[in-house]
Design a protein around this ligand. Structure first.
Ligand code: GTP
Ligand code: MG
Length: 195
């Protein structure tokens, strides 16, 4: 898919502040520091989302309008421990309110760190998305940190841990090298075409 324009439109911290206009939404979800913002930037070929080596950078839901046709939604990372209980509750409420709003054309890109593997929180999130019945593609990020053989093993581990069928095995991606980016765009385009 060829992107002509991508712009950051706004950030929302509360259910009331949610943006969106009924156009398809591609939402990026995963642990804090898994590489959500980096992947989004790589897909767009632009540094629109703020990235950081400090976990918990993205605390709000950030909305990016793509070609006036769809939205990229950068969700706050789950499993960031070093924040107050109040902040964690705010986070859960924000994310839950995002998914509580019905939307027929919503695809979740769930990110799992290829180097770290699937954590208990990743499994919990996967169960949450499965229960929601939302369309989903799982990607294993930071693939550049692993050798080819390790990648293959890790993908299989993640697939099993998240209870995914063989035909929905995770894609390996790297925001650093660009590996898997065109495959992920292909999945997104297929999702959009099907809707
Ligand atoms: P939060 O906003 O805190 O939830 O984090 P995030 O998931 O948006 O992660 P972010 O994109 O900010 O990246 C976190 C760290 O991982 C940064 O130091 C990135 O440079 C690094 N990183 C992201 N993607 C890759 C990748 O594909 N390869 C490597 N080697 N590092 C990556
Ligand atoms: Mg981020």
């Amino acid at each position: 898919m060829r992107i002509r324009s991508a712009e950051f439109v706004g950030a929302s911290a509360t259910a009331e502040g949610l943006l969106g206009d009924g156009r398809p939404e591609i939402a990026f979800a995963g642990r804090s520091n898994v590489g959500k913002s980096s992947l989004l930037n790589r897909l767009l070929g632009a540094k629109l989302a703020r990235t950081s080596s400090t976990p918990g950078r993205t605390q709000t839901i950030n909305w990016f309008r793509i070609d006036g046709k769809l939205w990229f939604v950068d969700l706050p990372g789950y499993g960031y421990a070093k924040v107050s209980r109040q902040a964690r509750e705010d986070w859960a409420r924000t994310v839950a309110s995002y998914f509580a709003r019905p939307h027929e054309a919503r695809l979740v890109v769930q990110l799992v760190d290829a180097k770290v593997g699937a954590t208990a929180l990743d499994v919990e999130a996967a169960e949450y998305f499965t229960a929601l019945g939302v369309a989903r593609v799982v990607v294993a990020t930071k693939a550049d940190k692993l050798k080819r053989g390790e990648q293959v093993r890790r993908i299989e581990e993640i697939r099993r841990a998240l209870g995914l069928a063989p035909e929905t095995a995770p894609l390996t991606v790297s925001a650093k090298t660009g590996e898997g980016i065109s495959e992920l765009w292909k999945r997104i385009a297929e999702f959009l075409a099907a809707g």
